[in-house]
Design a protein around this ligand. Structure first.
Ligand code: F0G
Length: 421
């Protein structure tokens, strides 16, 4: 065992050393979870001191918005850590987005500011660090595009060969370009994400390739830091709600675990309610929530928000626990609602990829129904950068002009523009 960290099965309580390469329990097949036993008296002070040391000259452990929280993530040594670095993403306020959502003080946590443009980097830095600690010879994942881009970048940095399985024709161009450019062996599969994940899990069982999808418990530990960093930015005053897009349910699980632990260890006084938002064509978790999680559901997924085009989410049980522990809500929104929210986010100069806008669309839906009150403190997480998937929005006027026509157009626009002095 390394340090105070243990890996446990959340279903049968089976215990593993922290250098395990398993994602699922060898006796009951439940998903594994990393458990810590920190010195809670000093935790907040420790994190706040480290937050001041993100300048040049500090180590990756200090600069990274993930490794700053290592005591409750993975206490790896400096030379084991594979970091670009990541995290330290902005918390933004944009009046237009708040007005659109119908919540006065809405804040946006933009995870598209990570090194490869999505929140996946926070999980991947921990998964590749663990891959290095256990001496993995190769790493693999299935992906709708962001996980593969992140894996490819972090595996390149670690010097470990990587393989990705992506559904043919269903991955946005920016994500595929990154995955190939950083050097992962990219296998396009005739099937959907759910087929790709089954293949990745099989390959890892049979060939011993280290699996870094979010079923990997160390991915979850890294993604918890979205919440920890957000709470730190809010000076440990927990908001009322946190909204996020939900696909394979890794992030929903990570957020729930982070919030419950932060409360248990005295970092916050109350637990925010999670709002997990799915696209209505890929909403098995929302359907099950509507029926009090009476049964696990899988669907054939269809949505233009390709990042969350997932019909059989892998982290189901732990996401149920996350929703229950946070008195959370699972909602679904249509593709039109997602793209309408994205347009508002884009047009205030922030921008995000389609799936990310589901969080804001979900807040708007719940505010309209009065479930979220307009004076509550709400944070919507944007999970990916606009350039990941620039298609699908309103068509730009792509008629080319002569230089004379352009000048005339400009003259007319300037003449009618209001004087802003
Ligand atoms: N938002 C974006 C931009 C994503 O890429 C994903 C998942 C999600 C939200 C949903 O998160 O799966 O933890 O519920 N993308 C995965 C991938 C599936 O392969 O990149 P989740």
């Amino acid at each position: 065992m390394i340090g105070q960290t243990q890996v446990k099965c959340a279903d049968c309580n089976g215990t593993y050393a922290s250098d395990t390469s398993l994602s699922t329990c060898s006796s009951c097949s439940g998903l594994l979870s990393v458990e810590h036993d920190p010195d809670t008296a000093t935790l907040k002070q420790l994190f706040d001191n480290r937050a001041t040391k993100i300048g040049v000259g500090s180590t990756a452990r200090e600069r990274s918005g993930v490794w700053r929280f290592r005591d409750i993530v993975l206490d790896a040594s400096d030379d084991a850590i594979v970091s670009h670095p990541e995290g330290n993403t902005p918390l933004l306020r944009r009046e237009a987005v708040a007005a659109y959502a119908g919540v006065n003080g809405l804040l946006i946590k933009h995870e598209g500011h990570n090194p490869t443009g999505s929140f996946k980097d926070r999980g991947m830095t921990v998964a590749l660090t663990q891959a290095r600690r256990i001496g993995a010879r190769a790493v693999a994942c299935a992906s709708t595009g962001n996980t593969s881009a992140s894996l490819s970048a972090y595996a390149a940095h670690a010097g470990i060969p990587s393989f990705v399985f992506v559904p043919e024709g269903q991955v946005a161009g920016g994500k595929l370009a990154q995955t190939v450019a950083y050097g992962a062996r990219t296998l396009r599969i005739r099937g959907d994400f759910d087929d790709c994940l089954r293949l990745a899990r099989d390959a890892s069982d049979k060939l011993g390739v280290y699996l870094v999808n979010s079923v990997n418990p160390f991915r979850i530990e890294g993604q918890k830091t979205i919440m920890l960093e957000l709470l730190q930015q809010l000076e440990w005053n927990a908001p009322d709600w946190i909204a996020l897009p939900a696909g394979n349910l890794g992030n929903t699980s990570a957020f729930g675990k982070a919030l419950v632990e932060a409360h248990r260890w005295g970092l916050i006084n109350s637990i925010p309610r999670l709002l997990a938002v799915q696209a209505s064509g890929a909403a098995p978790f929302a359907q099950s929530f509507a029926n009090h999680f009476a049964e696990r559901i899988s669907v054939r997924a269809e949505t233009r928000a390709t990042a969350i085009r997932i019909g059989d989410p892998a982290s189901w049980d732990r996401a149920v626990r996350a929703i229950e522990a946070t008195n959370g809500v699972v909602e679904s929104v249509t593709d039109d609602e997602i793209f309408a929210a994205k347009a508002v986010i884009d047009q205030c100069g922030v921008g995000c990829e389609p799936a990310s806008a589901a969080s804001v669309a979900g807040v708007r839906a719940l505010a309209a129904r009065g479930v979220i009150h307009r004076d509550e403190r709400v944070v919507a997480v944007l999970t990916g950068h606009l350039l990941k998937d620039p298609g699908g929005g309103p068509e730009s006027d792509n008629t080319a002009l002569t230089t004379d026509e352009a000048l005339t157009l400009l003259e007319r626009t300037v003449a009618t523009a209001p004087n802003r002095r």
